[in-house]
Design a protein around this ligand. Structure first.
Ligand SMILES: [Zn+2]
Ligand SMILES: [Zn+2]
Length: 327
């Protein structure tokens, strides 16, 4: 495993280890093959759900929102969201627990349906974020964009959504995710990314039809379980990169600007305890205190009880206290 990866994956290693990693080099960056096509598809995936919100708003305004749409929304938001948090993030990026190939494949496929890019690129970029957090080389730091109000706004826009249109700091997959390139299950899900995107749209349509017995119910299901779900999940994920490196509390004096942000805890399925996460990257639990709501950690605990997850990484109160203490 490369130095970068060790720093990104291994929460047991002290944060100072990151600085033992050599500075960033050109070999860290994934070359882009079809930049215009990539930007066009990224634009469609971010703008179309946003435009569809107008239709959803009209439906709400006219009290035409059916109970089936609410069911379809939650039936897609929660599993796809968990695919990102439990699958792409805690399992595949940080190896915070172990599981078998079937669960790994299902979680990777669910996460792919979020349309945040194919799984291996997602993991590589996120590991690079951990290796260079809030320094040159971080693909999406809200800092590093100059001072004053202008620099702050530019930084937040870049961290939230701007970076996905840039290819200058994308992580080289061979360098940051060699383990996933060697995993046949993950490689299959990565290669078939579009299939999971389509499945993530076909499912809410089919569920809408099944619940209402009409094609109209299928189309409004597609609106809520497709467009609205994609929009909300995108912006919640984006907020971890922007808001949770800017606004909130810092329990641990980590070597970056990460924060814990409670208002986002439920929607982000526990990912907004982001200062905790940067302090202990391999921890399966991002909510470390009883009241720090973390639905993803509850799911991992449930998988563990069912015998589907094992070697779950947890951080003892003593280790937490040692790290929280001022140096
Ligand atoms: Zn972060
Ligand atoms: Zn992470």
């Amino acid at each position: 495993m490369s130095t970068y990866e060790t720093a990104a994956v291994d929460g047991g290693a002290p944060a100072e280890d990151r600085h033992d990693a050599p500075g960033r080099t050109a070999a860290d960056i994934e070359p882009v093959a079809h930049e215009t096509l990539d930007r066009t598809l990224t634009g469609i995936a971010t703008v179309v759900p946003f435009l569809m919100l107008a239709v959803a708003g009209w439906q709400l305004w006219n009290r035409a929102l059916g109970w089936s749409d609410v069911v379809v929304f939650f039936a897609t938001y929660v599993p796809v969201g968990l695919g990102v948090t439990v699958g792409l993030h805690r399992l595949l990026t940080h190896r915070s627990f172990k599981t078998g190939p079937a669960v790994r494949g299902v979680l990777a496929a669910l996460g792919s349906a979020a349309i945040e890019g194919p799984v291996i690129a997602w993991v590589a970029d996120h590991r690079k974020h951990h290796a260079f957090t809030d320094r040159e080389g971080d693909p999406h730091s809200p800092h590093l964009h100059g001072g004053g109000l202008r620099g702050t706004v530019r930084g937040l826009v870049h961290a939230h959504v701007g970076w996905i249109f840039l290819h200058t700091e994308r992580a080289a997959k061979a360098r940051f995710a060699p383990d996933l390139l060697a995993d046949p299950v993950v490689r299959f899900v990565d290669r078939t990314f579009l299939l999971w995107v389509v499945a993530g749209l076909a499912f809410p349509f089919g569920l809408g039809v099944a619940l209402t017995g009409s094609v109209i119910g299928g189309l409004t299901g597609l609106l809520w379980g497709g467009a609205v779900r994609i929009f909300l999940l995108h912006h919640v994920t984006f907020s971890i990169n922007s808001v949770c490196h800017y606004f909130g509390r810092r329990r641990f004096p980590t070597d970056d600007e990460s924060t814990n942000n409670w208002p986002l805890a439920l929607l982000s399925l526990g990912e907004s305890w982001h200062n905790n996460h940067h302090a202990f990257p391999t921890s399966a639990e991002h909510g470390l205190r009883r009241w720090e709501l973390d639905p993803s950690a509850l799911v991992i605990r449930a998988l563990e009880r069912l015998g589907l997850a094992w070697d779950v990484v947890r951080i003892s109160p003593e280790r937490q206290a040692a790290k929280a203490a001022p140096a």
